[in-house]
Design a protein around this ligand. Structure first.
Ligand code: GAR
Length: 194
């Protein structure tokens, strides 16, 4: 059965494309109903449209106006699960209370370390030996929601921010599919139990 997914992005969209691919090739049983960007320069939207996926750009500076349009779109598309994938806006408590445990985010660090912006740079500055990525439920804090799963990356002496971010991104792509698959199974099991 899977989810009716919406994916929210702000930029490059490699995680988003990876999820779309996994849904299209049936690795996942969910369906990506819409990709929403808050960035009008998201050229990746053209790419995903060619794969038959609906896209929408929502440009609103005021968060309440943004969330009103977002809610309307999610409702229209009958979305029951939302993946944030490089989406760089903080959603408000008021919005999130209607979506408890229905929105997940990927972050390029082993949370709770290095929350917020520039997580890869911060990890290098702290000279950690290992970093990685985390998928967590979204709550009103910044990268504070319940952790679902993580993957580890070893930091090499030769790593700069670009190299390390690239290694982490590779793990992010694996992690996102694994987590959605697990949540799809949980949803199925919940249905059977009802
Ligand atoms: C990813 O590394 C993701 O973890 C990060 O932005 C990148 C988006 O890449 N997200 C955050 O830093 C959120 N706090 P993508 O657009 O190619 O998927």
């Amino acid at each position: 059965m899977g989810f009716n997914l919406a994916i929210l992005i702000s930029g490059r969209g490699s995680n988003m494309l990876n999820i779309v691919e996994a849904c299209n090739n049936k690795t996942l049983s969910s369906k990506v109903k819409i990709v929403i960007s808050n960035n009008k320069n998201s050229s990746v939207l053209t790419k995903v449209e060619k794969k038959g996926i609906k896209t929408k750009i929502i440009l609103e500076n005021q968060i309440n106006k943004f969330e009103k349009k977002l809610s309307q779109t999610l409702h229209e598309e009958k979305i029951n699960f939302v993946c944030l994938a490089g989406f760089m806006r903080i959603l408000s408590k008021g919005f999130l209370c209607n979506w408890e445990k229905k929105i997940i985010n990927i972050h390029p660090s082993i949370l709770p370390a290095f929350k917020g912006l520039n997580a890869v740079k911060k990890a290098l500055e702290k000279k950690v030996k290992y970093t990685g990525c985390t998928i967590h439920y979204v709550d009103k804090g910044v990268d504070t929601g319940e952790i679902i799963d993580q993957r580890i990356v070893k930091v090499l002496k030769t790593d700069n921010e670009e190299k390390l971010a690239k290694k982490i991104l590779k793990e992010e792509h694996i992690l996102y599919i694994k987590v959605i698959k697990t949540l799809e199974k949980e949803k199925e099991n919940d249905k059977i139990r009802q």
